[in-house]
Design a protein around this ligand. Structure first.
Ligand code: GDP
Length: 443
């Protein structure tokens, strides 16, 4: 899970602090020492850490925090706010051109995920109502054009290419004209990468910039490379004046040092984060929400957005009605599981639920998506009548269902119990809602 090492250490530190009640200056000092160690352990730039700790300390000790009724909470809030600030403060949006097409230029070193991210970003922006066109301007890596065409095909999105013998600035210019003709209000240009930064590459990228004056120049860097990623960002920014950074492979980065240092070192905001190889695994970067995740407060907003993007509104409405009338059956249960599966890997989803992300027990659990396959198998081995009346499924029927689904009676028992609990929970939620409406419970 992203930042799992850092999250665990910070949460451990603050648990100790919360257990203390009143705090002395030494308590805060001790806690900040641990925070410093945790940040260094997460591969955050040393100078950034120093500055961070100084800021937190000044706010925590200089004000009336220690005299307050909840000093530990206040210290945690200060750390939270400073973490968010460190990662960029407010979230930064894509700059749209006053007259379309908006031009986004993607730059980066080989292997950082530039081509994949080009397609992911187009996918994300299309969901926000744009009509993107992809532009293949990496004419040096033999497979790059083909790769972008394949990704574009998967997304059913136009890919503009002029082969590998036209110069990239000319391709970019022609792409802008083509987008205007075809009514595409956004183009994303995939440019050449290299193994290392070299002057020749930068000169060519600058020629593309001069040719089409992009609204955004986004650098794609691999977060797993930690401080190297930060250094790459620094150099690219000095040479090209970036408008933002995309951090890829954050799904595999348990340390998160790059995410915490990029903004402070380069002045460039992180605009998007890659959270997996699939084409929908790109998220807009929200510093506040990331700070929430690091401190184990969950990230409910991103969860809701994911749900909205993946859930079919009509189906949700239908489901809602069935829940209310207590007609919720095992068929609905399967449907619901499938909807959740579409939202992404389970461990990422759970990490966004407040209090769950860093629970020891959950981390030790190996989230086996195959479990869900079993659930489906069990339910589909039931007759329609059984699915409508799960409470009537007794011994012999349970044995038959287990045999039919290749599972054990214990598996079937467990599933039926889970379903029963889900139903009970739903009833409780509904009762609570009713009471709130009647004014029995405060908001
Ligand atoms: P390029 O050379 O910079 O264009 O890199 P590619 O787009 O070809 O990506 C290199 C590899 O990184 C591919 O295998 C991608 O699937 C993978 N990749 C890209 N972004 C992510 C991400 O956010 N998470 C993970 N796990 N893999 C990614």
């Amino acid at each position: 899970m992203v930042f799992s090492g850092l999250a665990e250490r910070l949460q451990e530190t603050f648990k100790k602090l919360k257990g203390k009640g009143r705090l002395t200056e030494e308590d805060v000092d001790q806690a900040l020492k641990e925070v410093r160690r945790a940040l260094i352990g997460a591969d955050v730039n040393f100078l950034v850490v120093k500055d961070f700790i100084a800021k937190v300390k000044e706010r925590a000790i200089g004000s009336d925090v220690l005299q307050s009724l909840t000093p530990a909470q206040q210290v945690i809030k200060i750390v939270h706010d400073e973490l968010a600030e460190l990662m960029g403060g407010s979230n930064s949006k894509i700059e749209l051109a006053p007259a379309p097409p908006t031009v986004i230029m993607m730059v980066g070193l080989h292997g950082a995920g530039k081509t994949t991210t080009t397609a992911k970003l187009a996918n994300l922006l299309r969901r926000q109502g744009r009509r993107p066109m992809l532009v293949a301007a990496d004419i040096y890596r033999p497979a790059a054009i083909k790769q972008l065409q394949v990704l574009g095909g998967q997304l059913n999105m136009p890919v503009f290419s002029m082969g590998d013998s036209v110069a990239p600035p000319d391709i970019a210019r022609a792409a802008v004209d083509k987008a205007k003709r075809d009514g595409n209000d956004l183009i994303i240009i995939d440019t050449a990468g290299r193994l290392h930064i070299d002057e020749e590459l930068m000169a060519e990228l600058r020629r593309v910039v001069d040719a089409v004056h992009p609204n955004e120049i986004l650098l794609v860097v691999d977060s797993m490379t930690g401080q190297d990623a930060v250094n790459v960002a620094k150099t690219f920014n000095e040479m090209l004046s970036l408008t933002g950074v995309v951090l890829t492979k954050l799904d595999g980065d348990t340390r998160g040092g790059a995410a915490l240092s990029v903004k402070a070192v380069t002045g460039c905001p992180i605009k998007f984060i890659g959270m997996g190889e699939k084409l929908d695994a790109l998220e807009q970067f929200h510093p506040e929400r990331m700070a929430d995740r690091i401190l184990g407060m969950g990230d409910v907003m991103t969860l809701i957005e994911k749900a909205q993007a993946n859930f079919d509104a009509e189906q949700v409405e239908k489901l809602n009605k069935r829940i209310r009338s207590m007609e919720f059956t095992l068929d609905d249960f399967v449907q619901q599981i499938n909807q959740v599966k579409k939202m992404g890997p389970l461990d990422q989803i759970l990490g966004m639920i407040p209090g769950l992300g860093n629970m020891k027990k959950l981390k030790d659990l190996d989230f086996d998506e195959k479990e869900l396959v079993f659930v489906e198998a069990i339910i589909s081995s039931m007759t329609p009548w059984e699915r409508q009346n799960p409470q009537e499924i007794k011994g012999n029927r349970r044995k038959r269902i287990a045999r039919g689904s290749g599972t054990s009676v214990q598996d079937v028992n467990r599933l039926l119990k889970q379903f029963d609990q889900t139903r009970k929970m739903m009833r409780q939620v509904m009762d609570m809602e009713k009471n709130i409406k009647k004014g029995k419970v405060g908001k």
